[in-house]
Design a protein around this ligand. Structure first.
Ligand code: SF4
Length: 484
């Protein structure tokens, strides 16, 4: 999971103005990644590429960028941006995006959200067509950029045709934004449509963002990029084409559970309403006698509201999340434990001498939930009942969330729900069912592999996928401000 954004206009714009637009969109996507951020552009006349990548939150990058803006001159066709949540390679800025690839003949800057399982194969394949472009490192972003470059070369420098063919070679998930030196802005989603992507076009400007909420905040009319679709803007017109292969769409159900903002829409479905339905169904299948229903803020709030509405138990805010700490789940592993301890405060008035139902979206590693329940007990709760709006998270994701191994998952390492309950030290623990989760979304098919451990859509077992992705690869170098 990462956030990506892009902007291009029919008239070349000052680099700083174009970058500000992309960073403004990216600020609304900060929840999708907080390790590093970057922007890239292609000069409107020279085709030169400029990349700025830093280990900063987007707002800080914007402020720093504006302070240094006297150094940034020239007019650009457009910019792309990225906020990083790493799922492969090292953590932090060293593998930040966007990446640039190519030479005077054809250049491309690219950023993506997702994860490429067979990136080593993709490197091999790209090298066989375009040995002249050596990637800076062996990782999925560089492999994707190299493959798009190589396929463009094979297609007579036609990047749209390259993106049409890309799914023939990729095992994994991607939503891409890229700008070429032609110049052309392209945005594409893989045919299974794991990750979201949306855009707005007003006749002369194109705005692209991972989630609709970023476009909504700017009061832009939006449309989602459909699974397997490629959007292309050359400064004159916007064209939409389809990938050369089709597949059954299986969007990530975890976008509805946790990743996406509640004010976003994914496949035309409101994230907020879906979370309410998840809470309602949870209350029906896993009722409990209690005095107050409270959420683990923020993503579980609509689920707790749904639970409260369906059960009749009053809703209350009992936990306060320090927003400046960011999202613990997507923070770097060496920080997760510390952040879990200090992120939340308890409102004693809500919990003291009461039987509490604590609703959360999911339990992945169990770190945060352990700290929370012991804090709630120390604040005087008589009973603590935990209700989880999704089923036990039992298997890794190979499509864009950072769970490299089953051993990290509490539902995998413990033999039963009761054993997890004992580890958390709570009076009762219950999860929602896959059937309820899927019907809350309302789509015919979704990916729920992290709950069901079924990766049949790739025709591979979890062991084969783990072997192919084989954890986090080494990276080469750090590029915080380059001109290529
Ligand atoms: S495995 Fe889980 S997190 Fe990964 S794409 Fe599927 S539903 Fe989403």
């Amino acid at each position: 999971m990462c956030g990506i954004s892009a902007y291009a206009s029919s008239k070349p714009r000052n680099f700083v103005e174009s970058a500000k637009t992309v960073l403004t969109l990216l600020i609304e996507l900060q929840h999708r990644g907080q390790e590093a951020a970057g922007i890239a552009s292609v000069d409107a006349t020279t085709g030169d590429v400029r990349v700025v990548r830093k280990e900063l939150l987007i707002l800080d990058l914007l402020f720093e960028f504006l302070r240094e803006s006297k150094d940034f001159t020239g007019e650009v066709f457009g910019c792309i941006g990225h906020t990083r949540y790493s799922t492969s390679g090292s953590y932090g800025a060293s593998l930040a995006q966007p990446v640039a690839i190519g030479d005077r003949r054809f250049r491309i800057v690219l950023a993506f959200n997702g994860n490429i399982v067979n990136y080593r194969e993709l490197h091999e394949f790209a090298r066989s067509i375009a040995p002249e472009v050596a990637p800076k490192a062996e990782n999925d972003t560089e492999a994707l950029a190299q493959a798009v470059y190589a396929l463009s070369k094979e297609e007579g420098w036609d990047v749209v045709e390259a993106l049409r063919r890309l799914p023939e070679y990729v095992i994994g998930a991607y939503s891409i934004v890229a700008i070429t030196s032609e110049p052309r802005l392209v945005a594409a989603r893989d045919p299974r449509g794991f990750r979201p992507l949306s855009y707005s076009f007003n006749g002369s400007e194109v705005f692209v963002a991972s989630e609709t909420s970023a476009l909504q905040v700017l009061d832009l009319e939006w449309r989602e990029v459909r699974e397997g679709e490629i959007i292309s803007f050359d400064g004159r017109s916007l064209e939409v084409s389809k990938a050369s292969v089709t597949a059954e769409p299986i969007p990530c159900i975890f976008e509805y559970v946790y990743f996406s903002r509640p004010d976003s829409y994914f496949n035309g479905i409101s994230i907020y309403n879906t979370r309410i339905r998840m809470g309602e169904s949870l209350a029906k299948v896993m009722p409990v006698d209690a005095d107050v229903v409270m959420p683990v803020p923020d993503s579980a709030r609509p689920m707790a509201i749904g639970y409260s509405m369906a059960s009749g138990i009053p809703f209350g805010e009992g936990l306060v999340a320090n927003k400046y700490v960011g999202r613990v789940f997507i923070s770097m592993p060496n920080w997760r434990d510390t952040l879990s301890r200090f992120k939340y405060g308890v409102i004693k008035h809500t919990v003291n001498m009461r039987r509490v139902v604590l609703v959360d979206d999911s339990i992945v590693r169990g770190t945060t939930m352990s700290y929370l329940t012991s804090k709630i007990r120390r604040a005087g709760a008589r009973e603590v009942h935990v209700r989880i709006a999704s089923p036990p998270f039992r298997c890794p994701c190979f499509m864009g969330i950072d769970v490299a191994s089953r051993k990290e998952l509490i539902a995998w390492s413990k033999s039963s729900v009761d054993e997890i309950r004992q580890t958390l030290g709570v009076d009762s623990l219950a999860y929602n069912t896959i059937e309820n989760l899927v019907s809350s979304v309302g789509l015919p098919k979704v990916c729920h592999a992290c709950f069901s451990c079924s990766y049949r859509f790739f025709g591979l077992s979890v062991d084969e996928l783990e072997k192919m992705s084989s954890g986090r690869s080494a990276c080469v170098g750090s590029h915080t401000h380059t001109q290529v």
